[in-house]
Design a protein around this ligand. Structure first.
Ligand code: NAD
Length: 294
């Protein structure tokens, strides 16, 4: 069992840290928000006075923070306090460039590091069923895998530094585009007098089949567990989908890749958020799609 420092005890980090405690690790946590610290403490996480304090005796450091600037700021703050050979793991979803900078900073201090963003949302964080997409050396990945397995059911090595973030934003670009596509099909079906169930029964067993349809169907009825049956409560908030689409477009621009549908999906989610729906599940985009009809 390891001494683990966990920085960022929010909606995802809190339950992830709790699962490490459940697996028998000694976890020292830190967050800026008192309520997050209190909730983590109730789950058996030791609470430190600062991030630097939390990492003092850690063999493994995990960060789960909002964006690249937070990760770079925290890694710069804590790395001088981290012991030799401590494994640095960032599970936040951040831009590829910041992920590579964080790795470079760890390497300068001879510390192994992994970018390991997740898929699976808060349900996956609570249930320890997350998928981890990892970037870093084979040796750092081998060290990180058994720790990450306490918080998830699938841990994939995607390649060198930043490859985990690259896989995450490519996957979520598919998801954003496909959710809009499925929503457009239901909106068209409604206009054509087709029932939701009939379209679902055909498309879910035909070439239109995809996760946005069969697991996360944007209309109530065909998939009882989808947020459409729960007033589009997230789930995965539209603001987070917009964040990931923006990251995909920044990466596409920097790498010189053409992603016209990714760019369009970003603009559609941007309009949805600007209309005040950032907190709605991302499948709620169907309401926006219907509203575009002339
Ligand atoms: P959150 O806002 O609930 O948690 C982030 C936490 O980081 C907050 O509690 C905040 O106080 C803390 N924080 C910020 N700066 C800090 C600092 N300097 N020191 C210590 N703590 C600091 O966000 P979340 O939903 O837990 O998401 C975390 C990351 O996971 C994000 O990058 C997000 O994109 C990604 N993610 C979220 C989901 C989801 O469904 N919520 C799914 C996949 C990935």
């Amino acid at each position: 069992m390891a001494n683990i420092a966990f920085i960022g005890l929010g909606n995802m980090g809190g339950p992830m840290a709790a699962n490490l405690v459940k697996a028998g690790h000694k976890v020292q946590g830190f967050d800026l928000v008192q309520a997050s610290k209190d909730a983590a403490k109730a789950d058996g996480v030791g609470i430190a006075a600062s991030a630097a304090e939390a990492v003092k005796d850690a063999q493994v450091v995990i960060t789960m923070l909002p964006a690249g600037k937070h990760v770079l700021g925290v890694w710069k703050e804590i790395i001088p306090s981290v012991g030799k050979n401590t494994l640095m793991i960032d599970c936040s979803t951040i831009d590829v460039e910041s992920a590579r900078l964080a790795h470079a900073h760890a390497t300068e201090h001879n510390l192994p590091s992994i970018d390991a963003p997740v898929s699976g949302g808060t349900g996956g964080a609570k249930g320890a069923t997350l998928t981890f997409m990892c970037g870093g050396t084979a040796a750092a990945f081998a060290a990180a895998k058994p720790i990450l397995e306490n918080m998830g059911k699938k841990v994939v090595h995607c390649g060198e530094a930043g490859a985990g973030q690259a896989a995450k934003i490519c996957n979520n670009m598919i998801l954003g585009i496909s959710m809009i596509g499925v929503s457009e099909a239901f909106a068209l079906g409604e206009k054509l007098g087709l029932s939701h169930q009939a379209l679902f029964d055909v498309a879910s067993t035909s070439s239109g089949q995809c996760w946005s349809l069969t697991t996360y169907c944007p209309v109530p009825g065909p998939v009882p567990a989808s947020p459409a049956n729960n007033e589009y409560k997230p789930g995965f908030a539209a603001a987070l989908m917009l964040k990931d689409l923006r990251l995909s477009q920044e990466a596409a621009k920097a790498a010189g890749a053409a992603t016209p549908l990714g760019a369009h999906a970003e603009s559609i989610y941007d309009a949805f958020e600007k209309a005040g729906h950032g907190g709605v599940d991302f499948s709620g985009i169907i309401k926006h799609v219907r509203g575009l009809a002339k």
